[in-house]
Unconditional design. Sequence first.
Lengths: 49, 219
Amino acid sequence: MGDQGRLYVDQNVVPAYKSILRDTDLILPNQFEVECVQCPTFSQSFLAL
Amino acid sequence: MSYLFPVFFGSLTITNCIDRTLSGVTIQSFSSLANAISTLHKTYQIPHIIVTSIRLTPDASTLSVIGSSARSDKTPRLFKIDVPALPCFFSGTGDMFAALMVVRLREACLQAGTTNRRSWTSPDLVNATELPLAKATEKVLASLQMVLEKTLAARDAEISSISIHGTEMSSSTGVDMGVNGGSMRRHLAETKAAEVRLVRNVKDLWQPEARYQAVQLDI
């Protein structure tokens, strides 16, 4: 989804990925992506920047 | 295994653009990362998690990988593996890491006899460092590091060649530098030189050295 502090997908992709997490057995996020998933208002935060 | 969610492995420093005032979820310590992993196990019911390329300060000489396979109560079993940071940003390592992890995790789960269990989870009495996920990650990181070291050496030689023969066609990159060179052409040649040299080093994927050992992470 992203790296080094920035997304390389559209911000609307983040909630889409979050919606399928429950179906996964293994995830391999980098640190930025963990933060993306943790932030409940991630998309809105980026829109505000 | 029902679904894989491979995301990219990159060289990432802790400085990120999620401002603390906006979200309050920056990760600036192993402790907060451990909490994040714990939440992922509980909230999303994800059994196996690997967080890649963790560097808590920009000038840290090591990168850390932290992993966890949840217990039956969804609490984490955290392990950490440190690898030396290489002075280059590589293109293509994320996909490589994810692909290798799938293979090595399956291998380790077969050895541990957990492939008949849901999501191949390990019994609760298995320690973090003995997890199939930990064993798999040790091998994958060794393979990755071996290939990246050779890529770096070849890249340095290629960049040096570009510097010396800047006005000629580079025989290995196939990039015409032109009489005036051009910063874009040079940038493209340098980027190409940093692409992971996978095919010619495939033996390192099959037989990595026993370089790294997972340590339990107690937070």
